[in-house]
Design a protein around this ligand. Structure first.
Ligand code: 8YV
Length: 326
């Protein structure tokens, strides 16, 4: 049988490229000299896509691929894929949940501690040779804090479990109360922001959460408030966050994600009480390899007739269960 035609919008990590090349006929949109001609010629043959958050899959693209059966995405967040448009066509979308939860949770804890105790700033202070002249200024503390988790999904729970060991109070806000946890549930984000002094953002991106961490929420966190975001930059009103940091409405922020990555608003760079990371939450060699393997395994499982391994919840129940028979 002919290997199925698979579209890549951008190259993926070498292990994934190698595995895909062994099982599919690959077509790379990013190296096509004439994109219109590329989609005219290749589009009708494409049955699969492998992609990631940095390469959006919108309705216009989906319409150019009439035979598309499956979009396998690298990463747990899939806010850059139009899952509604995919569902209308019965296209399966898969992501890579679970395999990155502990890695992202570790990073979230590191970023929280780094922000509260100013670890990168202290490192810069030592390197700049200031220590012999003056000891580093005293910092804020995690002691006695109350952490509010926005989005108690798989990663949010992994963060909460770690925080239990740090002896802080824990609350959460999300779409619904979860009966199997003892943390306090707040039906609104504002109510939670009033109750806590750390806001840990782990909810999915997309239209429902766009800009929900706004000036009112930041004000409610208060002058000791810390914001940590390991989810998507789109959840935060960045100009409002910059203003809150400048005015002292909150104390500090640790950010692994930004609204227009890899662009970072210049104003953040000039602020002292922020720790900025280039979206590295899941970025260890080991975890990225496992994520890549899950992308490949979803595609192989689909085309061998065993169905997708980790379809997103929006994938329609009436989607064909496998791609093997076509
Ligand atoms: C991705 C992420 O790995 O899983 C997600 O949703 O944001 C990251 O873990 C990253 O975007 C891949 O480039």
């Amino acid at each position: 049988m002919q290997p199925a035609d698979l579209l890549l919008l951008k190259p993926m990590q070498p292990s994934v490229m190698e595995a895909l090349a062994g099982a599919f006929t690959l077509h790379r949109a990013d190296t096509a000299p004439d994109p219109d001609a590329f989609y005219r010629e290749i589009g009708p043959r494409i049955r699969a896509m492998a992609t990631g958050a940095q390469a959006p899959v919108d309705r216009t693209l989906i319409e150019k691929l009439p035979q598309l059966e499956i979009v396998a995405s690298f990463g747990v967040g899939y806010d850059t894929i139009d899952v509604g448009a995919a569902a209308e066509r019965g296209i399966v979308v898969t992501n890579t949940p679970d395999v990155l939860s502990d890695e992202v949770a570790d990073l979230a804890l590191g970023l929280l501690l780094a922000t509260v105790r100013e670890i990168p700033q202290a490192d810069r202070y030592l390197r700049a040779g200031h220590w012999p002249t003056r000891t580093y200024p005293l910092t804020a503390t995690l002691r006695g804090r109350h952490v509010g988790i926005l989005g108690l999904g798989r990663i949010g729970r992994a963060i909460a479990r770690r925080l239990e060991g740090f002896g802080v109070a824990l609350s959460y806000h999300g779409r619904r109360r979860q009966d199997d946890v003892s943390y306090a549930f707040h039906p609104t984000l504002l109510e939670m922001a009033r109750a806590v002094d750390v806001l840990m953002i782990v909810a999915p991106g997309g239209p429902e959460t766009n800009g929900i961490v706004n000036a009112e929420i930041l004000e409610a966190l208060g002058p000791d408030g810390i914001v940590v975001n390991v989810a998507r930059g789109s959840l935060v009103d960045e100009p409002a966050l910059i203003e809150a940091l400048r005015s002292g409405a909150i104390h500090g922020a640790g950010l692994d994600v930004f609204a227009a990555e890899p662009e970072v608003p210049e104003a953040f760079l000039g602020l002292e009480r922020v720790v900025l990371l280039p979206h590295v939450g899941s970025g260890s060699v080991q975890t990225r390899e496992v994520m890549g393997q899950l992308v490949v395994d979803n595609l192989l499982s689909w085309f061998s007739g065993k169905g997708p391994l980790t379809p997103v919840p929006e994938t329609p129940a009436n989607a064909p269960s496998t791609g093997a028979a076509r």
